[in-house]
Design a protein around this ligand. Structure first.
Ligand code: ATP
Ligand code: MG
Length: 568
């Protein structure tokens, strides 16, 4: 077996175990050398970072070996599904950088064929209608070491079963009154073979098929056959489906011949620290207003991460880093954040913004004068260019960048000390002005007119460099600072507690009165990536308007959070 394949650029790239399996099948000429995967979301919620892992696998494998990947909506439960979710799923996959072309399918497209197969299995004595309640059926399941009990309805005639199944679908019976079960083996060591349910009655209209159907197929009776109908060759899914695989194959064999049968391969789910990944819980956060919606920037959803300013490349790089295995694990969110920083460092435009401003007056600078200083847009990227920023007699700096009685190694501004204003002059603090309560309202400085870049004194060294904005030209903005949504590392593991109790009350802080340079205001459209120098990475929020600028902090410049945790 080949361990490596020749990548397009001639570099040897390692394959993960799924790619290896696909590669081997292709080499062996299986399915006539055809490769077709699928990504099968149920449209009952927005996609999250876990789904991104599955998407990267399903689309990635197809891309790598010249195959195709279908998008199939697994819409077999009308109670929980909605077109809003269908639309968001499409948008998120495209944003991640994948495309399914014309290959958009719905499990509901196969309802007629699945129904037909069910009818055939009934006629062949391989399926029966059970009148018991779901509780009774569950009680009879047995345990992995004890065989189950056969249903008293198991030996109905095919005629009776067919009549009942038709009447189930005609709406004659209530939800839960009857189910259709496969007649396999109540003593099978694989619990999934103990007469699994194939169809249940649901009377809620379906978002695509309306009221055509009153019976809906279960996952196990829909998934493998849908793969088969679509010509899927490799059905890649997460580990929890490993135990379903024999049943998947059992139902597919009712349709397939030797020439073609989809192959299921499982990999480990993505779990992230300080968040939850269950769609049920995420939906609860949305429904109960505990977050601002599915795309709240604190959510682990793709739409939340997009709104927060994460890039698709950073998500894909992160998924590449963690890789695919056969073992469940909990991945540190710090790894994802590292990938976000790395990518934004290359892409974000460097600008100035002061989050906690204090006024600074340069007493020897002419009143009414404005100079334009040139700022690098991105020193990490060649050709990123520059933009100009106004400099004036009155500016804002961060309150934290000044200390009246500084400790020894304080390299920022203090009485009598000098600092450089980034891109502009060296200033020296001469005096402070305070209000009646002793709060500093103004810092008074002088500047060295020879210290600007290109001037004789430009090379003069001072210890600190501060960011700043012109008081006259700065624009007011609001910023939203985000922290972890949960304050427990693995909320899903705390089964004794309600997960909502573990929400971090400090996960959102809103800061008003932030001062940004004019360039930022001029480019404040969602999608733009900024680095507020010395502060962090920021992006305009969807709520931003020309009258009110709102920015999300995508991420701080450094991982200060982890350090703090270690100290405590
Ligand atoms: P549920 O079935 O409970 O609604 P789900 O998260 O499994 O939730 P699906 O819409 O069925 O949602 O998932 C679509 C695909 O995404 C499946 O193939 C599933 O295996 C995969 N997937 C879901 N969650 C993760 C995860 N955390 N890591 C990797 N893949 C995932
Ligand atoms: Mg699922």
């Amino acid at each position: 077996m080949a361990e490596n394949i020749e990548a397009e650029n001639g570099k040897k790239e390692t394959m993960n175990f799924v790619e290896q399996a696909v590669f081997d099948d292709l080499q062996a000429g299986k399915n006539g050398g055809r490769l077709n995967t699928r990504f099968p979301p149920e449209p009952n919620g927005y996609l999250h970072i876990g789904h991104a892992k599955a998407i990267c696998m399903d689309f990635g494998v197809a891309e790598r070996f010249g195959g195709t990947c279908n998008l199939r909506f697994d819409d077999t439960n009308p109670v929980k599904e909605d077109v809003e979710y269908v639309d968001s799923i499409r948008e998120d996959i495209h944003w991640l950088g994948f495309d399914w072309g014309e290959r958009e399918y719905y499990a509901s497209d196969y309802f007629p064929r699945l129904f037909e197969l069910a009818v055939r299995l009934i006629k062949e004595g391989k399926a029966y209608v059970d009148d018991q309640t779901s509780e009774q059926i569950a009680e009879q399941k047995g345990t992995p070491t004890q065989p189950g009990t056969e249903s008293p309805f198991r030996n109905r005639t095919p005629e009776e079963n067919l009549d009942l199944f038709m009447r189930m679908n005609a709406g004659e019976f209530d939800e839960g009154a009857r189910v259709l079960r496969a007649k396999i083996d109540m003593a099978s060591p694989n619990m999934h073979f103990r007469d699994p349910i194939m169809y249940r009655i649901i009377k809620t209209p379906h978002h695509r098929t309306g009221t055509t159907w009153k019976v809906y197929p279960m996952y196990d009776f829909a998934h493998g056959q849908s793969d088969y109908f679509e010509g899927v060759t490799h059905s890649i899914c997460t580990l929890e489906f490993e135990v379903h695989r024999p049943l998947y194959e059992y139902f597919v064999k009712e349709l397939a011949d030797e020439s073609y049968c989809p192959r299921q391969i499982e990999f480990n789910r993505l779990n992230l620290t300080y968040t939850v990944m269950s769609k049920r819980k995420l939906l609860q956060l949305v429904k109960e207003g505990l977050v601002a919606g599915w795309d709240d920037p604190r959510m682990p959803t793709i739409s939340g991460m997009r709104r927060r300013g994460y890039t698709p490349e950073s998500i894909r790089n992160f998924i590449n880093t963690i890789g695919y295995t056969k073992y469940e694990a909990l991945n540190s969110v710090s790894l994802l954040e590292h990938a976000v920083r790395e990518d934004l460092n290359k892409k974000a435009t460097r600008v100035m913004a002061v989050l906690n401003p204090v006024k600074l007056v340069i007493t020897n600078y002419p009143e009414g004068k404005t100079e334009m200083v040139e700022m690098d847009n991105n020193p990490e990227e060649e050709g990123a260019g520059t933009h100009s920023m106004p400099f004036c007699r009155e500016i804002f700096i961060e309150r934290e960048d000044f200390m009246e009685n500084p400790p020894k190694k304080f390299f920022r501004l203090a009485p009598g000390s000098e600092v450089r204003l980034k891109g502009a002059y060296i200033i020296k603090c001469e005096d402070v002005v305070k209000d009646a309560d002793g709060n500093i309202t103004e810092i008074r400085c002088t500047y060295d007119p020879e210290s600007r870049s290109g001037m004789p004194g430009a090379a003069r060294k001072v210890k600190g460099t501060l960011h700043w904005v012109s008081a006259e030209h700065a624009v007011d903005a609001t910023v939203r600072l985000y922290d972890r949504l949960f304050n427990v590392e693995n909320p899903a593991a705390e089964t004794e507690r309600d997960f909502r109790e573990m929400l971090n009350p400090e996960s959102l802080k809103v800061v008003e009165g932030v001062k940004v340079e004019p360039y930022v205001a001029e480019h404040a459209v969602p999608g733009t990536k900024f680095q507020f120098q010395r502060v962090g990475y920021f992006t305009p929020d969807y709520d931003t308007t020309p009258e009110k600028l709102v920015f999300n902090r995508t991420i701080a410049l450094k991982d200060s959070w982890e350090k703090e945790q270690k100290k405590n």
